[in-house]
Design a protein around this ligand. Structure first.
Ligand SMILES: Cc1cn([C@H]2C[C@H](O)[C@@H](COP(=O)(O)OP(=O)(O)O[C@H]3O[C@@H](C)C(=O)[C@@H](O)[C@H]3O)O2)c(=O)[nH]c1=O
Length: 181
């Protein structure tokens, strides 16, 4: 696998080594030793999640204020534009975002460390989104920042009419949200 540094330190775009042959393909979708070496971290993953969404579904921007989760995310069907926003107040990149298309075709993964808000929008008819997390789901600590917060200025690609959960429609602006120190 190849871990490509992004504009935000600690966030990596990961390209697995894919072995194609006449039967199809094979790749290691997660290898703890390779992941730790590539990212320089010692994280342990404790939960795997799978969501399915249709075109225009936007989930985000989510984080857990306590029990913050690092997330290793990928798409096994369809395509999404996936975004990580640095919400660590003391970080030199506080409020900055990076975004990448992750798809069934490019088989890319994004490593979103703890301390970031995360979200994605679905670009294909449907998308199956898989991710590993470094801490357990803790709904009482869940928070959501507005996907269109002008102070963050994420340049979302056009995905047609958007569909958000009630929770995400009621999300806060970054300036009003509790974030990490
Ligand atoms: C995230 C999560 C949800 N749930 C339940 C709660 C709820 O009834 C249902 C749907 O939850 P949500 O609406 O929060 O799902 P969703 O909007 O997909 O939330 C996810 O969005 C992406 C962007 C992330 O980064 C994730 O960490 C997570 O916050 O699933 C769990 O049981 N465990 C979990 O880990």
């Amino acid at each position: 696998m190849k871990a490509i540094a992004t504009a935000i330190e600690g966030v990596f775009l990961i390209e697995p080594k894919v072995f194609g042959d006449s039967r199809g393909f094979f790749f290691e979708s997660f290898n703890q030793r390779a992941f730790r070496e590539a990212t320089g971290t010692q994280h342990e993953f404790v939960q795997d999640n799978h969501s399915r969404s249709s075109r225009g579904v936007l989930r985000g921007l989510h984080y857990q204020l306590q029990q913050p989760q690092g997330k290793l995310v990928r798409v096994v069907r369809g395509a999404v534009f996936d975004v990580a926003v640095d919400i660590r107040r003391s970080s030199p990149t506080f409020g900055r975002w990076v975004g990448y298309e992750l798809s069934e075709e490019n088989q890319r993964q994004l490593w979103v460390p703890p301390g970031f808000a995360h979200g994605f929008v679905v670009l294909s008819e449907s998308a199956d989104f898989l991710y590993k997390t470094t801490d357990y789901y803790a709904p009482q600590h869940e928070r959501s920042i507005r996907w269109d917060d002008p102070s963050i200025g994420i340049q979302w690609p056009d995905a047609g009419p958007l569909l958000l959960s009630g929770k995400d429609q009621a999300a806060l602006l970054l300036q009003d949200a509790d974030v990490f120190t």
